[in-house]
Design a binder for this molecule. Structure first.
Ligand code: PAZ
Length: 337
């Protein structure tokens, strides 16, 4: 069967995707949590802005009972760090993230790099465990912000794993955010797979290595595994044109490895989907350099100075936050908000 994008419009292809792939099991409970979250903030602080931050990579399962899957590099640093800046600036944050990727606040003390155990000592009063002296100040700051977000119910964490789960969740959450209207922001930092295996071609069980992998995922008559992937429909158009609240702002990210492509691809995305802003970054420099590409043809680079690069664990997200706020104020002016 030819890829569905060749029949009809991209919007049709996205709708067909939802009809032919099963929704995630957690969708209904996530939507209930999000509905409650939106309602709570809408009623208790009507002017509060709300952002849906997407973060981390999506998987592409090779089998329905999944043993193997295709993944990508994203650790969720951009999304988790940006979420902290949004919270600091008074937003309520729905954090749609890849399960087990980095989370706001706890990202400072993970289980691998910055292992939390290295911040502790076992010689506290009465043999208690304490945070080592040199880390106390920073940990107190992180804890204060974490507790503030928790106590004020400002952060809703919702996990996904596969690309299909991600797309269903994005659509469902955007629709639930409708009451927020122009106070809603979509900040799409997740690294979403461009390819997937359609449900009808996916193997049910673990792909065997000693048999012919005919049909389904693999093909060929040797022990090779040949994987045939279809393009994931472009959903940004659906988000901008129909899922997201009218007047809301949509910021997408564009990742490239070839510097010669980055700005052109970002401009192309803006032209195609008519959203507000594309933040471009390159794989190797993404922690200290991004480019804002705007609909009026603007190209604005933000760079962390070399002197701050090695020391700065929070990286460039504070600068993105400041520039993004300026852009958003401009957007609100244009929308007459
Ligand atoms: O998660 P991370 O901090 O390692 O990486 C962030 C990123 C590069 C995934 C993000 O900035 C981004 O560009 N997301 C969109 C990727 C894409 O083009 O689909």
């Amino acid at each position: 069967m030819p890829p569905s994008t060749t029949n009809g419009t991209a919007a049709d292809a996205a709708e067909e995707y939802f009809q032919t792939n099963p929704p995630p099991k957690a969708l209904a409970s996530h939507q209930a949590l999000a509905r409650e979250f939106v309602q709570y903030h809408h009623e208790t602080s009507p002017g509060r802005r709300m952002v849906l931050v997407t973060s981390g990579g999506t998987t592409v399962p090779l089998e329905n009972q999944t043993v193997r899957f295709i993944d990508n590099f994203s650790a969720g640093t951009r999304g988790a760090t940006s979420a902290e800046y949004f919270l600091k600036n008074g937003y309520a944050v729905i954090f749609l993230h890849r399960q087990f990727s980095l989370l706001p606040y706890s990202r400072h003390y993970s289980h691998s790099t910055n292992c939390f155990l290295d911040f502790m000592d076992e010689d506290g009063p009465e043999g208690g465990v304490v945070v080592r002296k040199e880390y106390q100040e920073k940990m107190r700051r992180v804890l204060e912000e974490y507790h503030y977000a928790k106590q004020n119910r400002l952060l809703l964490l919702l996990p996904f794993t596969t690309v299909t789960e991600y797309l269903f969740e994005l659509r469902g959450l955007a629709e639930i955010m409708r009451p927020i209207g122009s106070g809603a922001l979509f900040y799409l930092a997740a690294a979403v797979s461009d390819f997937f295996i359609p449900r009808e071609r996916m193997e049910e069980h673990k792909i065997q290595s000693r048999e012919d992998n005919t049909g389904g995922v693999g093909s060929g008559n040797s022990r090779q595994l040949v994987i045939n992937l279809d393009p994931v429909p472009k959903f940004l158009n659906n988000l901008v044109q129909s899922w997201a609240p009218t007047g809301s702002m949509v910021v997408s990210f564009k990742l490239e490895t070839d510097p010669n492509l980055l700005v052109a691809k970002a401009e192309q995305a803006l032209q195609r989907y008519q959203h507000d802003l594309v933040i471009g970054n390159l794989l190797t420099t993404r922690k200290w350099e991004v480019v804002f590409v705007t609909r009026d043809g603007g190209e604005h680079w933000i760079r962390v100075p070399k002197t701050r690069r090695s020391k700065s664990f929070s990286g460039i997200e504070a600068d993105i936050g400041t520039a993004e706020r300026k852009h958003e104020e401009h957007h609100v002016d244009l929308e007459g908000g």
